[in-house]
Design a protein around this ligand. Structure first.
Ligand code: SAM
Length: 286
């Protein structure tokens, strides 16, 4: 397998099933001089399982900025490094951003070794729109900030992807029911690639009562996906204008009803006339 020296490899690790660790990932980790890991005990078990004896160095949220300099210097001095996280693809809601940025600034080659990512794994099986989506990572832990964030996403038409934790899933789902609406579709993807993998779709209200009613559904690791908001049709009338038009149509001819409805609602006459025509046809068909 190709192997380049004096560079930084970003290596994805499994999100549960060890069978998902690619031969290339194992090969690279065996050949580099040092592996930066989030947690040496956690990654130590994975490396041992794959007979990877390369030394490790802890790099986490709290020391990343400080350590990035030293790691980049090691590469400049001739070493080859790899970065892994506890699970999945580094940098995706995991450390590594500062290191990758600095390495690239210094002209060091950064080579990704792709593999599992919980968000993409969930998306691939959820049955929600995948052509465009929005990855939101973890919602804020505090109630107020979380609700504010959800409010800001209410009109988002792209599929939304969230990482969730077992102790916050109930609160997040009930906030989503309140803010996105009970009927919005969602999918909860739990324990992906593991023994108790569960991928359940339904309205947000259904998911919320399912999770509240069954403690097992609050265990383990989970990704929550939410269907995007419906795209408003510019030709649709709002509920008020539609109501006014319907009342007027009961007693007036279409042209007059549309003109009067324009005066009352401020909506363009052409739009009201077109909708009035549809309503008349619907009635004629009944
Ligand atoms: N970098 C990782 C990735 O590529 O997926 C994500 C790291 S983030 C700190 C951990 C979160 O990812 C978990 O809290 C959960 O939301 C999600 N996650 C990780 N493994 C998962 C799995 N097997 N099933 C469902 N969600 C998972």
């Amino acid at each position: 397998m190709d192997f380049y020296k004096q560079c930084l490899y970003i290596v994805a690790t499994p999100i549960g099933n060890l069978g998902d660790f690619s031969p290339r990932a194992v090969d690279v980790l065996q050949r580099v001089d040092l592996i930066a890991v989030e947690d040496t005990r956690h990654s130590g078990r994975l490396l041992q399982h794959f007979a990877i004896k390369t030394p490790m160095q802890a790099l986490h949220e709290h020391n990343e900025r400080k350590l990035a300099d030293a790691l980049v210097q090691k590469i400049e001095n001739g070493q080859t490094l790899a970065l892994i996280s506890d699970a999945g693809t580094p940098l995706l809601s995991d450390p590594g951003y500062h290191l990758v940025r600095l390495a690239r600034e210094k002209g060091i080659r950064v080579i990704p070794v792709p593999g599992a990512c919980a968000a993409i794994t969930a998306l691939s099986a959820a049955g929600l729109a995948t052509d465009r989506f929005r990855f939101e990572g973890f919602l804020p832990a505090k109630n107020g900030a979380r609700r504010q964030q959800l409010e800001s996403l209410k009109q988002e038409t792209l599929t939304l992807l969230f990482y969730e934790s077992p102790h916050r899933i109930e609160d997040s789902l009930s906030d989503m029911v309140a803010i996105f609406g009970a009927q919005r579709q969602g999918v909860l993807a739990r324990e992906l690639t593991k023994t108790f993998e569960t991928i359940r779709g339904g309205t947000l209200a259904e998911l919320s009562s399912w999770v509240t009613g069954d403690a097992n559904q609050r265990k383990g690791e989970m990704v929550l996906l939410v269907q995007g908001a419906a795209v408003a049709d510019p030709d649709d009338l709002d509920a008020d204008a539609e109501r006014v038009l319907k009342i007027l149509l009961q007693d007036l001819p279409l042209k007059q009803a549309a003109a009067l409805a324009t005066e009352i609602t401020g909506v363009r006459k052409k739009k009201l006339y077109a909708r009035g025509l549809e309503l008349k046809q619907e009635r004629g068909n009944q």
